[in-house]
Design a protein around this ligand. Structure first.
Ligand SMILES: Nc1ncnc2c1ncn2[C@@H]1O[C@H](COP(=O)(O)OP(=O)(O)OP(=O)(O)O)[C@@H](O)[C@H]1O
Ligand SMILES: CC(=O)N[C@H]1[C@@H]2OC[C@@H](O2)[C@@H](O)[C@@H]1O[C@H](C)C(=O)O
Length: 385
């Protein structure tokens, strides 16, 4: 089978821009191979980013305004797909995750979750002339799944190992883990994955708050590294019920967004800090690290042999150091070490999910999302006869 050239487009809860990967894919599952031809993050136009953040924070908009924002996002995604192909052989397929603006996991029997991504695939296909798969989360939700995380099945085939157990830890706005036991028979059903809680979302918001918007994140974690975490406060925050909820579970900025940051700032008033706000940033960073390890120790059969980080938070040197310290003997590195770009893994994953959709392979893992069955993920736009 010839490799298929696919573009993966992903914008996550950080709303920092469109992570774009141009890849060549071949194989199906254990023989799946992906070569990254080009990877780039194209920032959102600042005004559109603001609108998306406001929508995510619950702003009221008219249907007409929603349609305008939806189309502006689709256009930005289509441009990203066009830019990434410059100087390269063209792609024949796009997998576009879109932009999550609302995520409500299923609360109980008799109902379904709700996950809303903007950036309609039909317009992306229309503008690029390339068949586009979008709306990946709906099919899993329709069979009672959380619709998230969806990357674990791709992690399994790209990052699984026959000798050791691995945790693939994505640290985006929200953090999510894929636990991969050593590859064996009935291995897929033993894979676990869920959102561990905040990744960079609270830290980004705090940096914006303390710099009046002049900075959007703590580069390399330098600011937090100049402070000292307040452990009693981390303990208090760790009592949040999300951290104690057993998987399958998923979350978003609805839980760990602006309102929660303001709660954290209020909580902090009851404690002593010698260096403000560096100590507060160190404490927020510690919550991300401690909650990840707490999730492992509470919900995994045992700690893995190694942890491979990906997502923007893998570039936060201070956070990585805190994780290393908390995990003791378990080595922590990034997926780059085993040949998969830590910065573009999520975008690559949506290219693979689109490819799987086009050849009829399911993309979800019921052991991860809680779905009642495997399903084909995504709606196909643009391959009209
Ligand atoms: N050099 C760096 N130092 C520290 N943090 C960084 C660095 N580069 C990126 N980040 C963090 O990574 C974030 C973006 O990460 P990423 O693109 O993986 O998130 P996302 O895909 O939007 O989120 P999610 O995975 O939740 O959907 C930025 O908002 C920033 O907090
Ligand atoms: C609803 C939604 O967009 N969820 C994202 C978000 O970002 C990280 C985490 O929360 C994860 O559950 C998911 O994305 C990844 C790419 C996934 O589906 O695997």
């Amino acid at each position: 089978m010839h490799p298929t050239r696919v573009i993966g487009l992903m914008s996550g809860t950080s709303v920092d821009g469109i992570d774009t990967a141009l890849v060549e894919i071949s194989g199906r599952d254990l023989d799946l191979k992906v070569e990254l031809i080009a990877g780039e993050t194209y920032p959102y136009p600042p005004q559109l980013r603001e609108q998306i953040l406001e929508l995510g924070a619950g702003a009221a908009v008219s249907m007409a305004e929603l349609a305008t924002i939806d189309d502006a996002i689709s256009r930005t995604f289509a441009e990203a797909a066009q830019f990434i192909q410059v100087g390269h052989q063209a792609a024949t397929l796009i997998g576009s995750h879109g932009q999550t603006v609302y995520h409500r996991p299923r609360q109980g029997a008799g109902e379904l979750g709700y996950s809303f991504q903007l950036g309609r695939g039909s317009l992306i296909a229309h503008l690029t002339g390339i068949t586009t798969v979008s709306n990946f989360r709906t099919a899993d939700i329709s069979v009672s799944g959380h619709g998230a995380p969806l990357v674990p099945r791709v992690d399994a085939y790209l990052l699984g190992d026959s000798r050791e157990e691995r945790c693939i830890q994505n640290i985006g706005g929200i953090s999510n883990v894929t636990y991969l036991p050593a590859v064996s028979d009935n291995w897929l059903s033993q894979i676990r994955g869920w959102d561990t809680g905040p990744g960079n979302s609270l830290l980004d918001l705090a940096v914006q708050y303390f710099t009046n918007g002049a900075k959007t994140y703590d580069e390399n974690g330098d600011w937090a590294a100049s402070g000292t975490p307040c452990y009693p406060l981390v303990e208090k925050w760790l009592s949040h019920e999300y951290f104690h909820l057993p998987p399958p579970k998923s979350t978003g900025r609805e839980l760990f967004g602006v309102a929660y940051l303001h709660q954290c700032l209020e909580d902090a008033q009851g404690y002593q800090f010698s260096t403000w706000p560096a100590d507060f940033l160190a404490t927020i960073t510690e919550l991300t690290a401690v909650s990840i390890v707490h999730n492992y120790d509470t919900f995994l059969p045992r700690r893995p042999h190694q942890v491979l980080l990906c997502g923007g938070g893998s570039r936060n040197i201070y956070l990585k150091r805190r994780l290393e310290l908390l995990l003791g003997k378990v080595p922590v590195s990034t997926t780059d070490k085993v040949g998969i770009s830590a910065s573009f893994k999520e975008a690559i994953a949506f290219a693979v999910l689109a490819y799987w959709r086009s050849i009829g392979i399911p993309g979800n893992l019921p052991s991860v999302t809680g779905a009642s069955q495997e399903v084909l993920l995504g709606e196909i736009h643009g391959n009209y006869p």
